[in-house]
Design a protein around this ligand. Sequence first.
Ligand code: GDP
Ligand code: MG
Length: 443
Amino acid sequence: KAEKYMDLRSPICYILGHVDTGKTKLLDCIRCTNVQRGEAGGITQQIGATFFPIENIRERTKELKAGAALHVPGFLVIDTPGHQSFSNLRTRGSSLCDIAILVVDIMRGIQAQTIEYLNILERHKADFIIVLNKVDRLFGWKRCPNAPIKKALKQQAEGVKMEFDARLTDIVMQFKMQGINTILYYRNKEIDCTYKNIVPTCAISGEGIPDLLLLLVQWAQKKMKERLIFSNNIECTVLEVKVTEGHGTTIDVVLANGFLREGDQIVTCGMQGPIVTHIRALLTPHPMKELRIKCPYQHHKEIKASQGIKISAPPGDDQEKSVNKAMAEMAVLMNRIDKNNDGVYVQASSLGSLEALIEFLKNPAVNIPVYDFNIGPVHRKDVMKASVMLEKKKEYAAIFAFDVKVMPDAHEIANESSVKIFVADVIYHIFDQFTTYIEGLRE
Ligand code: GDP
Ligand code: MG
């Protein structure tokens, strides 16, 4: 009974998976269903993070007759595209990810990024649920909007059931080859960590969504209680730094524990050293039904974890103060590359994404050396630096611009000097472009 009075934070849940498996669509699906029912009020679309209040999850899982009491306030689900989010999970604090949802396309099975994510989850001993999405792609699938998956499967023709079983068996096998035991969740007698649960879903018409939500809830009840006790020690991770209209430079963060308050002092890590500043405004988007109003953000005096927040802060009050801790991460990154080596020049929008990119390139299967890096838009001076390779190793006279703008003057000088600039917001796309380019050179 004491649990009832315990102060719990919402579990933080990452949604991961190969590109196009339907991660965003799954979240949309959960949100939209509620919009259609006219209960949009409870759900807030956060910045790269969505807060799902518990009342809402109860409503959505009614048909499964779970009925159990739950004392977490809801779930904070993080859907930031690809590797960027994951590098944050990897390097910063464990409570940023309490559980992961690993999405697999039932028609495609395990793909390259699925394996990468599996390795990282394993390294972090992070628990996860496997979602087998796009069941409606099975030939002849009959839609049963928002039905629990067992019920939906029952209504399918024999041929559909057989294809489902065959694909499920195959995917279970694929996971086994990665050393992971998996099982269709309703055949799993207990919420047991040795078998990872599989939930089949359709993100278009919502089959299996109640099952997914219920599983998350049950899992939190059974396995997470201690971990979810609210603590006043601030744990906060930056997802992204960007310019937001009307607010200047803003920092999108996930607050995993503690409070943030207007006026709090914060330290961030800049290329030229630590920047000490304070929180000017704490912002979250308005609840869904008010999204179209003129000012899209709600101001808060204080916010309690877990929550996705946009922080607005002035450029820095106290440049003098030396805050070595903030610089430690940058130093780590500096150590990962060898400036004496020939290699490409990489550039990304934030420390987290830069880290992810460098890590990816170091992967033995990729193995592209890095000569130097920078954070922010690509300028003329970056092209100048990259052009050093023209003399040394011509194919490395390239800039990988990951999720950053390339300024016109940079384009101009790149064209003149024949430094190649590869731009994309998915790491894999840069890699593909570069590989094609290298192959072209060799021919
Ligand atoms: P993400 O890259 O993992 O976020 O994938 P998206 O959510 O953007 O979905 C990729 C594509 O797959 C989009 O065209 C979606 O409409 C489609 N899609 C996602 N989920 C489903 C599903 O359950 N069934 C079908 N048929 N298509 C889906
Ligand atoms: Mg997406």
